[in-house]
Ligand binder design. Sequence first.
Ligand SMILES: Nc1nc2c(ncn2[C@@H]2O[C@H](COP(=O)(O)OP(=O)(O)OP(=O)(O)O)[C@@H](O)[C@H]2O)c(=O)[nH]1
Ligand SMILES: [Mg+2]
Length: 425
Amino acid sequence: MPDASLRQPATPALPARWRDVLCVLPHRDGDLARLDELAAADAPVVTVIGKYNHGKSRLLNELMRRDAFAVADRRQTIQLAECRHAGVRWLDAPGLDADVAGEDDRHALRAVWLSSDIRLFVHAAREGELDAAERALIETLHADSERTGRETLIVVTQADQMEDDNALGRVVSAIADQVPGAGLHVVSSTRHRRGLEEGKTLLVQRSGIPELERTLADALARVPAVRAHEISLLLGEMRAELGSVRRAAAETLASLRQQQEAQRHAFDDGLKALLASIGRDMEEVVALPGPDLALVADTGRERYAKTAAKLERARIQVAYSRACIRLDGFLAGHGVSGLPQEQQTAAGSLNTVMVAVMGVSVKFRADLRRMFCEAPGRARLQAAFAHYFELSRSQAELRDRITETAAALDATDRALAALPPDAAP
Ligand SMILES: Nc1nc2c(ncn2[C@@H]2O[C@H](COP(=O)(O)OP(=O)(O)OP(=O)(O)O)[C@@H](O)[C@H]2O)c(=O)[nH]1
Ligand SMILES: [Mg+2]
């Protein structure tokens, strides 16, 4: 029976110390969990992986020379089990493809990915070639091996179940063709056991187990170096990824701030130039000598007559309207139109920045002079429009993006600080 069994969730909750890293690199949860495993690991870990009933548990028992794991003629191992023996942690994983819900598969794969230093991929010879799922898994394991250095040995079990050596040879060479370059170990656990029990050395040799043990011993000797490599690889990869996320965020932030500056300048300078130009035009309108005739009230008799006062009022009104149209066009070009939500009133037509700044009252010559021809009046307009420019939706959106990007940059700095130095995962 197993010394202990592990009932662990498929995706363990990671400790708080990784929170800052996970915020920026959520897809690295597996690598962080592996770093934790490596930090806690003592003995090297050997795991079996493969479909159910292919002889995984029995193979481990033979390698350990003890019946630590349950073996049966049906789906047997349904949860992760472990046994410490000869300085190695042996992990027996449930067979893949055994349960519809995939719970066993998750236990098995979790053991393979998180805990194992060396994986024994087990396939029974009597099943013939590898199926598509097995090939895909082997490819993934090999890709991981290339990256991390963790080794996978492919073990063809139950060799004694084949009719004769020719039949076995055909299956083995077909499998070898499916996974070119991978060294195959062909073993028979039953022969090994019988050989040991009956003292038949030749049978033990022919079981393929001693050769597998030699390869395994070599791989076990490499584990400390592979672990050291894996730690610095994982930390290095994450540091590099955080570095590039940081660079991208810093570049975005700089460019957003530049945009903000440029838009502010374009608005301020453009408005100043426009107000100066309107002021120059307005000079001609207000510079007429004599009293402001527009202030002279019409008499009752003059109600329908064309009077000098009416002409003056019309002239002023046209000049003022022209100034307003030019200002309004400029504001629209810089994304300033409606008032911010909190300043809006029920009278929709009054909810414009133009009305808020210029007012709705009728203007006279003195008003136009004050507003457009004198420095304090122009400065007031400049400040009032700049205020609404800052409140405009496009500027608010730009500010939000700057805040978000600055927060992302801070988060990346926190994540980088949370990653330990190479030597201590
Ligand atoms: N003849 C023969 N039978 C074997 C050999 N290895 C395993 N078996 C038998 O195959 C059956 C399944 O073996 P297990 O080791 O329980 O298989 P498993 O892959 O662990 O199966 P699960 O735990 O269900 O995933 C058992 O009846 C074993 O006795 C072998 O080398 N030769
Ligand atoms: Mg088993």
